[in-house]
Design a protein around this ligand. Structure first.
Ligand SMILES: Nc1ncnc2c1ncn2[C@@H]1O[C@H](COP(=O)(O)OP(=O)(O)OP(=O)(O)O)[C@@H](O)[C@H]1O
Ligand SMILES: [Mg+2]
Length: 297
């Protein structure tokens, strides 16, 4: 019974997968197809960050990375969450081979040894597993403990156009490492009532990192996710987000659809799992918007 209800609920939410054009209340521009690149690298590094759990950080990392790879970009994604959801979502096992944890703990180890290819051409990953949960304890007494990931990534950015870091839902030392290593931050926000709670603290953390560790870091944008255009609630939340953050809110809005959990189970990005689904198209649009904004090459 419960299962039938769930299915009905999911089926009905799918209708809203495509937000209406201009869902953020601004005229919707068409973003051009990114021109081909003549060479690759050095990469711009972007962290996907929000200490609130379940807002779409991992889903966005996977789907955006795959969309950028479709546009001919060389993309490296870093699983920076001990839950390993990014690795799982790309069908990567994490019990053999090196993980990001091994690189953080042994800075002399070449970072390239931990890179694995995914099934998506042009998209590589440095995976993570539960070992990473011990990293904060190990790193806390290191010299320049906030810059360890930055040093690791420096070795490999030359080979990629974009590096995306999927942060865990916390503002601890790992996330500070991600922000310190990054040129930009993308903040996914779920369109629900408590979406804005905690964003002030997140922005404050980004500002502290900018003041003390990484003066160049930029807010690349706030991405509204899990938007349901049929509910007044979703529309009101989006309106408040635009009121609060103005042009920092990306024009692309990701609708709510059960296709995402389905794609995760299949270990495949939505862009290949359901290439014509409005949600796959939305992530391609996000890729185009970020290129148009100069956030990625
Ligand atoms: N647009 C969407 N519509 C419906 N479900 C979604 C959407 N985006 C993500 N989900 C689902 O919501 C759940 C949380 O998403 P995701 O794992 O991407 O969030 P997260 O911010 O990375 O979470 P965590 O903070 O735990 O790392 C997952 O089950 C995912 O499949
Ligand atoms: Mg996640």
């Amino acid at each position: 019974m419960a299962r039938a209800d769930d299915t009905a609920l999911f089926a009905s939410t799918d209708a809203s997968a495509a937000p209406k054009p201009g869902a953020t209340g601004r005229p919707l521009r068409e973003f051009p197809t990114p021109p081909p690149l003549s060479g690759h690298g050095p990469a711009r590094i972007v962290s996907l960050c929000n200490q609130k759990g379940g807002v779409g950080k991992t889903t966005t990392t996977i789907s955006l990375a795959a969309a950028l790879a479709e546009y001919g970009r060389r993309v490296l994604v870093i699983d920076f969450d001990p839950q390993g959801a990014l690795s799982a979502g790309l069908g990567i096992g994490t019990h053999e081979g090196l993980t990001i944890y091994d690189l953080l703990l042994n800075p002399k180890r070449p970072a390239s040894e931990a890179i694995q290819e995914t099934r998506i051409p042009g998209l590589d990953i440095i995976p993570a597993n539960i070992d990473l949960s011990a990293a904060e304890v190990h790193l806390v007494n290191e010299v320049a403990r906030e810059q360890i990931l930055s040093r690791v990534l420096r070795q490999v950015t030359g080979d990629y156009d974009v590096v995306l870091i999927d942060c865990q839902p916390s503002l601890g030392l790992l996330t500070v490492n991600a922000l310190t290593a990054s040129h930009g931050v993308l903040i996914p926000l779920e369109c629900e009532f408590f979406a804005l709670r905690g964003v002030a603290l997140l922005i404050e953390t980004i500002e502290k990192v900018r003041d003390r560790l990484n003066p160049a870091i930029e807010l690349d944008g706030i991405l509204a996710t899990m938007f349901d255009s049929r509910t007044l609630h979703s529309r009101e939340v989006l309106e408040r987000v635009v009121e609060a953050f103005g042009d920092d809110v990306l024009e692309t809005v990701i609708g709510r659809t059960v296709k995402f959990p389905d794609a995760s189970v299949a270990g495949t990005p939505i862009t290949s799992f359901a290439p014509e689904h409005p949600a796959a198209k939305a992530y391609r649009q996000l890729a185009r918007e970020l290129v148009a904004r100069g956030a990625v090459a």
